[in-house]
Design a protein around this ligand. Sequence first.
Ligand code: COS
Length: 387
Amino acid sequence: MADKTFIDWPFFDDRHALLHEGLWNWSQANLAGTPHADVEATCRDLVARLGEAGWLGLCVPAAYGGANPGLDVRSLCLARETLAYHDGLADFSFAMQGLGTGAISLFGAEAIKREWLPQVASGAAIAGFALSEREAGSDVAAMSTHAKKVAGGYRISGEKTWISNGAIADVLTVFARTGDAPGARGISAFVLPTDVPGFEVTERIDIIAPHPLVSLRFNDCFVPDDHLIGASGEGFKIAMATLDVFRSTVGAAALGFARRANDEALRRASTRKLFGEPLSELQMTQASLADMALSIDASALLVYRAAWAKDRGQPRVTREAAMAKLQATESAQRVIDAALQLFGGQGVVSGEAVERLYREIRALRIYEGATEVQKVVIARQALAAFA
Ligand code: COS
């Protein structure tokens, strides 16, 4: 039985407990056996079903068809944790609706919000976030995609890679260089409907746990002036502020994977006999199970601390979100590895839950800011606070 006692922690309100229970029950009824062979088709289907059931409303503000007045990070984290426990692509499909429109919700023009956010909340439109490039991943300020100011708008040219949903999205948040300012200062954020002429999917990327991931090329794509998000040159800060919201949710997804692995391990330890007794009677098994329980609670405390801090109005949660993502993703990898070890040879059989989790968790230590980036962020914040 999955541990749900954390929902009584003081980080949460009654509405969070209701959300958790409702989404847990929905996931139990709807996500078992989700096919992963054709990831694009599955993600389209998941977005439609998550939208129809009302869960995508958590990804946009209430004024635009959403569930809460603003982006409630505790709700986003609870949703990702619960969906990840049940199915990695369900978590992914949910998360991208939020990340793909986060910058629009936080900084977009009113007309753009009205055009896209209700569609994203209902599942009628799919969203994506186009930041990374071959030479600009961790060092995102090194990007070379550029947007040239022309009459009535901008023309965007360049290439992006590792773009989730890139081939199935209806709308992307795209970051591009405007003007001549170097590094972080010369970047702007745009809304790009993917039916614009010149938009091209150049490559589908097959990864360890299949997801709809692609490389893109923008061939002089025109977007009107009001598709600029925030002010020109503010794109780097907009990207970082958006990641401040969503990095904790990556930690929450890792937490969901870890909780699932832990439950699989507990079931295995209770039922598998070894040397004439249940695996759970062996002290080395108990040590492993104790480490898992400790890691999971430590991660949950950091994830929900970061989410709570953001929800109560703390303007920057860069440090808290970095700690949450780092701790939850790194420790989930260890929890899942230990769970797989308890399964012995059965653990590496394709289709076994722990085998799937082992592949699913790996990318989370890299995307939306690799562990090494989170360490840089935490150290910089500690040094700045001391100065
Ligand atoms: N919120 C608002 N503004 C922020 C911010 C945040 N969280 N973080 C930084 N900024 C601002 C800074 O205040 C600074 O503004 P000023 O120039 O006015 O002082 C500006 O942005 C540049 O910040 P900084 O100097 O820290 O930028 P760096 O180029 O040194 O980058 C790291 C710092 C490495 C932390 C950043 O590039 C990063 O997070 N990289 C990972 C990106 C990522 O997640 N990639 C994956 C793509 S998404 S799948």
